[in-house]
Design a protein around this ligand. Structure first.
Ligand code: DHK
Length: 150
């Protein structure tokens, strides 16, 4: 496991509003608090924690991770269901990919049921709330330690 290469934790549109955004669905934790939890859980493993409302920016970060990252944890948010471009970018990443949703998308309206990203993800986590980030990070570290590829 190349401990030098960071794990990329990428967050999609509207997640910068966590804490104030539909707390009955997404909880009260802010993205900054979730980032702090991830850095604690990551221990010595470097982490790149980012958020953007821009599809192009997320694609650029996936390319960056493809060149210099070890694993990707991605909450694509609404782009999960719309972005073939993000799916295509993730197809170029050789390492493990964990798709993460704070809410259980399968229990929500039908527009949230069919994620394009799930076609390329190594694993999917949904419905654990903000806790899902820590669970994803521990799972990612185990996958990297065991040499899991995408
Ligand atoms: C976040 C969003 O913004 C929604 O578009 C997704 C996801 C669900 C989440 O649960 O983290 O459907």
């Amino acid at each position: 496991m190349d401990i030098e290469k960071p794990i990329y934790i990428l967050n999609g549109p509207n997640l910068n509003r966590l804490g104030r955004r539909e707390p009955e669905i997404y909880g009260h934790a802010t993205l900054a608090e979730i980032e702090a939890q991830c850095r604690d859980a990551a221990d010595r493993h470097p982490v790149e924690f980012r958020q953007s409302n821009s599809e192009a920016q997320l694609i650029d970060w996936i390319h960056e991770a493809t060149d210099s990252g070890s694993g990707i944890i991605i909450n694509p948010a609404a782009f999960s269901f719309t972005s073939i471009a993000i799916l295509d970018a993730l197809k170029m990443f050789a390492g493990p990919i964990i798709e993460l949703h704070i809410s259980n998308i399968h229990r929500r309206e039908a527009i949230y049921h069919h994620s394009l990203v799930s076609k390329v993800a190594t694993a999917v986590i949904a419905g654990l709330g903000p806790t899902g980030y820590g669970v994803a990070l521990r799972a990612m570290q185990e996958m990297l330690a065991s040499g899991t590829k995408r």
